[in-house]
Design a protein around this ligand. Structure first.
Ligand code: COA
Length: 607
């Protein structure tokens, strides 16, 4: 049931005749930008609310998808156990890296931050900002293992959490990592978080505590399109698209860092902690010889009382996050009221929703390598509501599994690799993706693509490869042009062109996650031979080159190597996948509750 926003124009259960909804409604996640559509939507909400108490709630069509009977059997045992051993080793590495990332800039920097600078640590800040600790952290391992060192959390935490029940993206700099300065990977992480906010129309909250660019790497941060300035460009574009942005100045905002709060729509600054200036006191001294305190140069009082760069003054951090939460409550979203449910009903509903098989079994289904892949329907059956799945084209192109299911009550179309993406499989994939687009059903891709390049050793094979190429090209077009939300989970291999058709990163999925066992590379480790040219090199030299390439492929294809470079939105554990997917689908849906989405001519200008 929705709350009424148009009490003044409708009463007594009558629907305003000027605002009758059109016969077909746009899907909830599509941007609704025209005035007409906005009115239709308001009318729709209004009409629902204004019906008498006897009004019926809209009901989804009843579905009784078949249950996927996919128990583990003794025939699977050998592969299952090998996968399980690999998953356990990957899990151990994942925990080690996570702990490393959570240490931020190390003990000395933490002491300087909390004791000398009297600031809260970034996770404590999030605790005060968000409703609870159950947030979706994005790319927590980004920044680890880079050529220029380990940059914990890439110097800033990003994710999606609830503020007053509203999902918001947060971008929170961690000043214990080199004073919160921006490395190239920091910029990339911030841009990806903004992209997610843009694509899913999520409000964005910035916690700014940054010394600007990390100067030794300035050439990789400053000039190019997707570098430093893009953050500010995005702020303007997001504002024009009515994607709200709020910032809290909870530390230094120097140089580039100064534009983030100044360009946000509403900004709070913390007394004695927050400062905003293009150049700090040391530069002033060097240029003019004048000694000035940070507070006098660009402190909270100056910006709240004189410059107007900020809108709210807070005496301490707690007050600042309370203030940010209050700002979020004015963003004009109307979330649906929670349905009242007694304990027994909740328990029954949850029991019905749960898959029939334990999610822990996914650890033994996560393939160690392509050859250890078991039937992907075993994975699907451990993720969907009640292990139910309505398969599409079950007997055609069987190396791709397609069909409908529900995840936490959300209808989705599933596209899952179950072998090579053959000609028939790709045709089927194209058809199914277009079908979901036609019906406005979000798509979930479970990716486990083939490790080798297609060799052409005969005319028949050449013909097969050409047909496959055509069909894969069609599937890529269908995926690229589908306007429904797309979520990709790499459950095994992400190799070569097959991965594009399966909505790899270049195909703009709303979210892309990896399982810790995943391998991401042009070609899988062990298959380097097919990439090397057939020239006159001696066998020995060729073997050496092949071994070296395979070693590099092994190292560079790990999920952690990928996530460190932010080629994805993070490594997630197989057993957490259902929860993450449920959250993502919930997050994507939220935009339908924003009441004002009509694009403005320009961004909101501060003064
Ligand atoms: N580039 C590279 N390193 C920087 C840096 C920058 N812009 N700003 C700070 N650092 C480093 C410091 O050298 C120090 O490194 P260390 O831990 O290895 O000694 C670390 O970040 C923390 O800086 P420090 O000054 O000790 O901490 P602080 O909490 O007292 O102050 C700042 C943090 C950001 C306020 C302060 O360092 C500062 O004003 N930096 C200059 C900012 C600037 O002029 N930026 C211009 C960018 S275009």
């Amino acid at each position: 049931m929705y709350r009424c926003m148009l009490r003044s124009v409708c009463s007594g259960g009558r629907v305003c005749p000027a605002l009758v909804p059109p016969p077909t409604q746009s899907p909830s996640w599509m941007l609704r930008n025209t005035t007409e559509e906005r009115h239709h939507r308001l009318a729709e909400q209004c009409s629902v609310r204004c019906m008498s108490s006897a009004a019926r709630r809209p009901r989804a069509l009843h579905s009784a998808f078949p249950v996927l009977e996919q128990p583990l059997q003794s025939i699977h045992q050998h592969v299952y156990e090998a996968n399980l051993r690999n998953s356990n080793a990957c899990h151990k590495r994942y925990i080690e890296l996570l702990e490393k990332a959570r240490k931020g800039g190390g003990e000395k920097a933490i002491a300087r931050h909390t004791q000398r600078n009297r600031k809260l640590l970034v996770r404590d800040r999030l605790r005060l900002l968000l409703d609870d600790e159950d947030f979706l952290e994005l790319s927590p391992l980004a920044g680890l293992g880079l050529p220029y060192g380990d940059i914990s959390s890439a110097g800033c935490l990003t994710g999606i959490g609830r503020i007053n029940d509203l999902w918001c993206v947060f971008i929170a700099m961690d000043a214990t990592v080199k004073g919160g300065t921006a490395y190239p990977i920091t910029v990339k992480k911030q841009l990806r978080a903004q992209e997610i906010a843009l694509q899913n129309r999520l409000p964005c909250v910035y916690l700014v505590d940054s010394g600007g660019a990390f100067l030794p790497l300035q050439s990789e941060i400053f000039p190019d399109k997707n570098q430093g300035g893009r953050t500010f460009y995005n702020e303007a574009i997001m504002s024009a698209m009515k994607i709200p942005q709020v910032s809290v100045v909870c530390g230094s905002c120097t140089a580039g860092g100064a534009y983030i709060p100044t360009m946000a729509e509403e900004t709070v600054i913390v007394h004695r902690i927050g400062t905003i200036f293009l150049a700090g006191p040391p530069l002033v001294k060097a240029a003019t010889g004048e000694e000035v305190t940070p507070e006098d140069l660009g402190g909270a009082r100056l910006h709240a009382e004189v410059s107007g760069c900020v809108d709210h003054f807070a005496f301490d951090e707690k007050e600042a996050y309370d203030c940010a939460r209050n700002i979020v409550s004015t963003l004009n979203f109307q979330l649906p009221e929670e349905e009242e449910e007694d304990e027994e009903k909740t328990r029954k509903r949850k029991a019905e929703e749960e898959p029939l098989y334990s999610s822990e079994e996914l650890l033994g289904l996560a393939p160690e390598c392509y050859n250890s892949s078991l039937d992907v329907k075993m994975v699907v059956g451990r993720l969907t509501d009640g292990s139910r799945f309505q398969e599409f084209k079950a007997r055609y192109g069987t190396t791709l599994v397609t069909g409908f299911a529900k995840i936490h009550g959300n209808l989705v179309g599933i596209v899952a690799n179950n072998g090579e993406l053959s000609y028939q499989a790709a045709l089927k994939g194209s058809h199914f993706v277009q079908l979901c687009d036609q019906r406005d059903v979000p798509l979930l891709f479970f990716q486990n693509t083939a490790p080798t390049a297609g060799l052409t050793l005969s005319t028949t094979q050449a013909e097969m490869n050409s047909n496959r190429l055509k069909a894969q090209g069609s599937m890529m077009s269908a995926v690229a042009c589908a306007s429904v939300p797309k979520i990709t989970v790499v459950i095994g291999g992400c190799h070569g062109a097959d991965s594009y058709a399966m909505c790899g990163s270049a195909f703009d999925p709303n979210f892309l996650f990896l399982w810790p066992n995943a391998r991401v590379s042009m070609i899988a480790p062990g298959h380097a031979g097919s990439l090397l040219p057939l020239d006159s090199e001696s066998e020995e030299e060729k073997k050496k080159e092949e071994d070296e390439l395979n070693r590099r492929l092994m190292e560079e294809s790990s999920a952690f190597f990928s996530s460190g470079r932010l080629w994805d939105d993070g490594v997630i554990l197989p057993q957490d996948t259902r929860k993450v997917l449920g959250d993502c689908l919930d997050i994507i849906k939220q935009q339908q509750y924003q009441l004002s989405t009509e694009k403005r001519q320009s961004a909101l200008l501060r003064i």
